[in-house]
Design a protein around this ligand. Structure first.
Ligand code: XLS
Ligand code: CA
Ligand code: CA
Length: 438
């Protein structure tokens, strides 16, 4: 078969001193970190939509990047060319997984039966490639936001017919995910939200979303899907207000509707920051609730108020992310680069350099986070910070034996309490710097 990325070799690891743009400087797949190879800590995935489909089109202009891969766009020949390109790309980078939406794989036909036939055909071809290369599917999903029929959402639409169409798409996307052995199935509620409360029955819409998710769980389990369903929280864009605002909101929703046994969260860096949180905040909230499933590894731009889906470059952020991941004991999902090159970065080399940047940034994050844990100063500080709850009245509070009356008497019998110990934030930030730039 003809090579698509002809001038690009398999990307080697060359170390931090390398000036070769097509080499890893920090991602060394077999290097052991805390007793485990980097590649096991960091199961990276390629996002089919950005990498093989997005061509740089934005609201102000046409695409800048040729993603035809030698075939006419909108044809099944092009769908196959994307599979060839994707597998060559992943193999050259040593990426072990991919994620997809149904409509990333094939052009949508006028009639869903024909779209589904095309999905059957392309998934046979993808499966062949997976068997030949060992590359796996991290998760699948259905795109229920691009087509105009979803202008008012899918699960939250006001049209029962559109709701049924969404159900049909989910059913097929689940079939394909199971056929490809996908570990997870994502619900990103792009248009599940509202523009104005004046035309919206929020309670009814949320109940309908939950009904659709329950049907998806029941169907998925019936066809042998044993993986996790994921909600991917995002506060806004495209809707003004989206129901899965952030990790805490999504967890509340899942628990309220009894979906928390089947669902976890897929946390995206750029979505957490749009919600006014740090990436690590949403990771921590998910982890402490037993809901940290998978990660969409990208970054936003603090100067822009929208979802820019950039390749991760901010090593402070990847460090603090990997700190949360290591503390949580790892994730069962993976690290999906839901990221696109900037519009003026339109060459095939740019596609590779972007992934090298992302993989190196996460490798650095992993090394730093492991060093922070091995250093122990942060853990020791936190333990000491709450030490007053380890004995005496503090221990009684934690054990649940204390009453409000008893605490009140305790307070009445003491002088004013001393100020709590210093938070020492600046010291701790200095510890992070001294570890990162060791
Ligand atoms: C968009 C989302 C989307 C999901 C999958 O902002 O990130 O790409 O990851 O539908
Ligand atoms: Ca995403
Ligand atoms: Ca995004």
């Amino acid at each position: 078969m003809k090579e698509i990325f002809e001038n690009i070799p398999k990307i080697p690891y060359e170390g931090a001193d390398s000036k070769n743009p097509l080499a890893f400087k920090f991602y060394d797949a077999k290097r052991l970190v805390m007793g485990k190879p980097m590649e096991e800590h960091l199961p990276f995935a390629m996002a089919w939509w950005h990498n093989l489909c997005a061509n740089g089109t934005d609201m102000f202009g046409r695409g800048t990047t040729d993603k035809s891969f030698g075939a006419e766009e909108g044809t099944m020949e092009h769908a196959r060319a994307k599979v060839d390109a994707g597998f060559e790309f992943m193999q050259k980078l040593g990426i072990t997984c991919f994620c997809f939406h149904d409509v990333d794989l094939v052009p949508e036909a006028q009639d869903i039966k024909e779209t589904n036939r095309r999905l059957d055909e392309i998934s046979d071809y993808i499966k062949e490639k997976m068997d030949a290369t060992g590359i796996k599917c991290l998760w699948g999903t259905a795109n229920m936001f691009s087509n105009p029929r979803y202008m008012n959402g899918a699960g939250s639409t006001n049209s029962a017919d559109v709701y049924c169409f969404a159900a049909a798409q989910i059913k097929k996307a689940l079939d394909i995910t199971v056929k490809l052995g996908g570990k997870g199935y994502v619900f990103w509620g792009g248009r599940e939200g509202y523009e104005t409360l004046l035309n919206t029955d929020v309670k009814f819409e949320q109940e309908n979303i939950a009904r659709l998710m329950k049907m998806a769980v029941s169907y998925g389990r019936s066809i042998g899907f044993t993986g996790d369903f994921y909600i991917e929280p995002k506060p806004k864009e495209p809707m003004k207000h989206q129901y899965d605002f952030d990790a805490a909101t999504a967890i509340g929703f899942l628990r309220y509707y009894g979906l928390d046994q089947d669902f976890k969260l897929n946390i995206e860096a750029n979505h957490a920051t749009l919600a006014g949180h740090s990436f690590q905040h949403d990771l921590r909230i998910s982890a402490i609730n037993g809901m940290l499933g998978s990660i969409d590894a990208n970054q936003g731009d603090y100067l822009l108020g929208w979802d820019t889906d950039e390749f991760p470059f901010n090593v402070y952020e990847t460090t603090l992310c990997m700190y949360e991941v290591l503390k949580a004991g790892g994730i069962t999902g993976g690290f999906n680069f839901d990221a696109k090159t900037r519009r003026p970065s339109y060459t095939k080399e740019d596609m590779f350099e972007a992934y090298i940047l992302g993989m190196d940034s996460f490798a650095l994050g992993l090394l730093n986070a492991a060093a922070m844990i091995e250093d122990g100063r942060i853990d020791a500080f936190i333990k000491e910070r709450y030490a007053s709850f380890e004995s005496g009245i503090g221990a009684k509070i934690v054990s649940g034996e204390a009453t409000l009356k008893e605490l009140s008497e305790y307070a009445e019998n003491m002088e004013n309490p001393a100020l709590p110990g210093s938070g020492r934030q600046e010291y701790l930030e200095g510890v992070v710097n001294s570890i990162m730039f060791r």
